[in-house]
Design a protein around this ligand. Structure first.
Ligand code: SME
Length: 164
């Protein structure tokens, strides 16, 4: 397999995500391993858009604790409690959270001081259970729009298609 990650920084977001979804589906065809999916999707999203940090926090104690999983970028915090920071808020509410300015989000957890904005998307399995969140951080203020939410939610919908 010799897929290369396209540079999609200049491409309109809806088209960029459609292209990435095609790559993810092709690479993950026949795969039913969550970690393989997380590693692949993190690499695709991170390098296609040149983000600061892109990765997954896995649910290790349902309703209580997230722990870092596959990611790209500088060192991530290891454990995040449900309800803590942006990741914990998205996990507790099982809803996507877009933060245009991290300095204005009370309780934001700073893993990398260069981070200015972020989006966190819940990852749901075939049973409808939360298994992780996908966190994407940018050095730019207000980097994430509804198109990013739609595109990222569609990418992580892959996890609901695999057997448990
Ligand atoms: N900023 C996140 C923590 C994770 S890192 O940025 C990689 C948060 O507030 O949940």
């Amino acid at each position: 397999m010799a897929e290369t990650i396209p540079d999609l920084r200049g491409v309109p977001r809806a088209r960029a995500y459609a292209e990435l979804k095609g790559h993810a589906d092709a690479i993950l065809e026949g795969v039913d391993d969550e970690i393989t999916g997380m590693a692949t999707i993190a690499a695709l999203v991170h390098h296609a858009f040149g983000h600061l940090w892109t990765g997954f926090y896995r649910v290790v104690v349902p309703g209580q604790l997230l722990r870092v999983g596959p990611y790209q970028g500088s060192l991530g915090c290891l454990d995040i409690a449900f309800g803590q920071g942006v990741c914990g808020a998205a996990a507790a509410e099982m809803k996507t959270v877009i933060v245009p300015d991290v300095d204005k989000f009370p309780g934001h957890i700073t893993c990398d001081s260069r981070s200015r904005s972020e989006i966190v998307v819940p990852v749901i399995d075939a049973r409808g259970d939360l298994i992780a969140v996908l966190d994407v951080d940018s050095e730019r203020l207000d980097a994430f729009k509804p198109e990013d939410q739609q595109g990222l939610e569609r990418l992580v919908s892959w996890f609901a298609t695999i057997k448990q």
